[in-house]
Design a protein around this ligand. Structure first.
Ligand SMILES: [Zn+2]
Length: 461
């Protein structure tokens, strides 16, 4: 059998899709880079030809919001950097932007370096946003280290006391520092007081079963926090990214801020486009415990319409691979770890329910899953592009096989998927990471530790 480690690959007869257009052309990869795009490209004696007739050839997916090997101090996800990124690769994801946490007593640099050590088993490239948890007044200058470290984005939370929560004064202070230094904050927005009060009221009434999870974190809490964060960002003159918008009004608030001249980007996730809170009344509500929770069924089409209109910049998964056993341990939403696995199913779901359903064009699909995250997070044009000189990170998607999502066929550690039984049009045929085929026809063939840390540049808005 031919080795697929050759230096030159030619992807032939596919339809190339970029964020701008589709194009019938071949793609020549040499070493770790894209060398040429065109027809009739030369085949040399050592060139391996990959036949992509009938398939789409896309820049590799960049999942810009993941939590691989997450340890919150209370729960630890079941995956590690090898198994986590292997699942990603099997879904056509070639880059993740995950998180480095500043744990108590650590400097920002120590937090990032510790995370780099953990991530060294990755099979695809990775970068980090930094969860800044302890930076008292007077120490804001330390944020400049994040630029040197190539991790120029700061994750802030308006909820989760006591570990991650930042009060309004802290948010404003850190946003001002980020604006000064050219760092981009990304914010998890839920009003902590509203969520806490609602959770306490449900607990007092004995209503802590999974059924009540959605009610504990109302849409109002998300919308209020987004509005406040936008207001503070405007006061700080700081560009801002809003994470995992789960309601149409969340996005509408962002559109309004943009119309007023603010620089704001935002994301949503497949779970908010495809699942709704009726799932909490079903037989297996534990599958859907996450924050923010699933919303009203009416939200789905409204959110898709905003994605269609271009109001949402990117779709990421917020992947968080808690195991089935961790999820079902107690029928109590206050004691069930929140988060869903999702990297491996992102592209097939967005292709099927976004493109095939008519909400997205193929170029928009590529923009949401690859080009925009690359641009917003300082990876463009190295990633997210099919340009000569860009990294040869490619996914070949075959839209023909009628496929059903089944957890037993997936590669993540959780042992379940919230999309069990969902039908998809097609599947990922092959994934190429920096010129190497790492997944092909159902088989992972990558290598542990080949992924590299991507030092990102700050983006000047
Ligand atoms: Zn998250």
């Amino acid at each position: 059998m031919k080795s697929y480690s050759s230096a030159t690959l030619l992807i032939q007869n596919g339809t190339l899709v970029t964020h701008e257009s589709t194009l019938e052309a071949d793609l020549l990869l040499q070493g770790e880079r894209i060398r040429a795009v065109g027809r009739g490209l030369p085949i040399e004696h050592d060139t391996i030809v990959i036949e992509a007739e009938g398939c789409y050839v896309l820049p590799g997916v960049i999942d810009a919001h993941t939590h691989i090997q997450l340890d919150t101090g209370i729960y630890r996800t079941a995956d590690d950097w090898f198994t986590g990124t292997r699942a990603a690769a099997c879904g056509g994801v070639t880059t993740v932007v995950d998180f480095a946490t500043q744990f108590p007593g650590q400097t920002l640099r120590e937090g990032v370096e510790a995370r780099q050590e953990q991530a060294c088993d990755a099979v695809i490239d990775y970068a980090f946003h930094v969860m800044v948890t302890d930076l008292p007044p007077g120490r804001e200058g330390e944020l400049s280290e994040l630029i040197e470290l190539g991790a120029p984005s700061v994750k802030l939370y308006t909820t989760y006391r006591p570990n991650y929560y930042a009060d309004d004064a802290t948010l404003l202070r850190l946003m001002r520092a980020c604006a000064d230094l050219g760092l981009l904050p990304l914010v998890h927005c839920e009003n902590d007081a509203l969520v806490t009060a609602q959770t306490e009221a449900l607990s007092a009434a004995g209503e802590t079963g999974w059924l009540y999870h959605g009610r504990s974190r109302p849409a109002l809490a998300e919308q209020e926090a987004i509005q406040r964060v936008l207001f503070l960002a405007e006061a700080a003159d700081c560009p801002i990214h809003i994470c995992h918008c789960s309601t149409a009004r969340s996005v509408a608030l962002i559109v309004e801020a943009r119309e007023n001249g603010q620089v704001v980007t935002c994301e949503t996730c497949p779970q908010y486009l495809l699942l709704d809170h009726v799932a909490y009344e079903g037989a297996e509500p534990w599958r859907y415990i996450l924050q923010p929770p699933l919303r009203d069924p009416d939200e789905l089409d409204r959110l898709w319409a905003l994605v269609e209109a271009g109001a949402v910049d990117l779709v990421a998964t917020d992947h968080c691979d808690y195991s089935w056993a961790q999820k079902v341990a107690q029928d109590d939403f206050t004691r069930t770890p929140g988060g869903l696995p999702g990297m491996e199913t992102l592209l097939p779901l967005l292709y099927t329910y976004g493109f095939a359903e008519g909400w997205l064009t193929l170029p928009r699909l590529v923009a949401l899953l690859s080009t925009n995250p690359a641009r917003i997070w300082g990876l463009w044009p190295r990633k997210g592009a099919l340009l000569p000189g860009s990294d040869a990170d490619i996914v070949i998607y075959d839209p023909r096989p009628d496929t059903t999502i089944l957890s037993e066929k997936l590669h993540h550690a959780a042992g379940y998927t919230p999309y069990e039984g969902f039908r998809t049009l097609g599947h990922v045929k092959a994934t190429i990471s920096r010129g190497r085929i790492i997944y092909r026809e159902g088989r992972f063939i990558g290598r542990k530790g080949r992924g590299r840390f991507l030092a990102r540049a700050g983006v000047l808005f």
